[in-house]
Design a protein around this ligand. Structure first.
Ligand SMILES: Nc1nc2c(ncn2[C@@H]2O[C@H](COP(=O)(O)OP(=O)(O)OP(=O)(O)O)[C@@H](O)[C@H]2O)c(=O)[nH]1
Ligand SMILES: [Mg+2]
Length: 241
């Protein structure tokens, strides 16, 4: 518990045996529940996570968004924190993020990797891709977004009921931010955290995921607009999003 709030951490993992032990070992004591979503890993990720005391949920269909949707369904905390299983996001910053959330008037905070503290922590191609996607998201949604692709977020679990989350892929990261920032009942802000080099092999496919995420931004913008113009259009949003 942290200031009377039950805290859940959700970590999607695809073959993260090199990093997951260190991530779980650094989880602060006040965290009530740690959910590792094992996304069909073929290595020892699930066994290591279990041995560290995490609750392991198996999701056999691969996909970053798919793993998150499954994990979030099982979360029981009033506040949810997310991060990767690759040691790249600072687990020790959870209390800093909690204080930021509890002292703010927003329901969702995204931890921005920019301005980048350690330039070696991100490959140049990923850095350029992240900057382009963040700029385009900012232009499409009339709101300055530093890091549209960050995978570390903190939010009140009940904001999920107000979101329409569809992506099963990497675009889930931008989608959850869009749902938060476009909904005045939720509210969105970013705060900067320290990012480090990942442990283990990269799962992101920069060109393919970058292109898909770019297309997703445009499609999501178009369908949100259609939805806001026609109250009944929500159910017509296609599953490809
Ligand atoms: N890419 C990808 N990641 C998945 C999947 N399922 C679970 N994950 C986990 O989601 C997290 C994000 O994936 P990463 O490969 O670290 O992507 P990233 O953080 O954008 O890129 P890096 O800079 O390489 O860390 C990791 O903990 C993955 O193990 C999946 O199907 N695809
Ligand atoms: Mg990562």
């Amino acid at each position: 518990m942290y200031r009377e709030h039950k805290i859940t951490i959700v970590i999607p993992c695809l073959n993260e045996e090199e990093g997951i032990h260190e991530v779980l070992a650094r989880v602060p004591e006040f965290v009530d529940e740690v959910i590792v979503v094992d996304n069909d890993s073929t290595d020892g990720t699930a066994a290591i996570a279990r041995s560290c005391g995490a609750r392991v949920i198996e999701e056999t269909v691969r996909g970053y968004g798919r793993a998150y949707k499954t994990g979030l369904l099982h979360a029981q905390g009033d506040i949810v924190v997310t991060l990767d299983g690759d040691r790249s996001y600072p687990v020790d910053s959870v209390s800093y993020l909690l204080e930021a959330l509890l002292n703010s008037n927003v329901g969702f905070i995204s931890a921005s990797r920019f301005p980048i503290q350690n330039p070696e922590s991100m490959a140049l191609l990923n850095l350029i891709g992240n900057k382009i996607l963040s700029l385009i998201m900012s232009l499409l949604y009339f709101r300055w977004i530093r890091d549209s692709q960050s995978g570390m977020w903190i939010f009140y679990r009940d904001v999920l009921e107000k979101m329409n989350l569809r992506s099963d892929e990497m675009a889930f990261s931008e989608e959850i931010k869009i749902e938060a920032l476009c909904n005045p009942q939720i509210g969105f802000r970013e705060i900067t955290i320290n990012y480090s080099n990942r442990a283990g092999e990269e799962k992101l496919r920069p060109w393919r995921d970058g292109w898909n995420n770019l297309m997703f931004l445009f499609k999501k913008r178009m369908f949100r607009r259609a939805r806001s113009q026609e109250p009944g259009a929500r159910s017509q949003e296609p599953d490809v999003l």
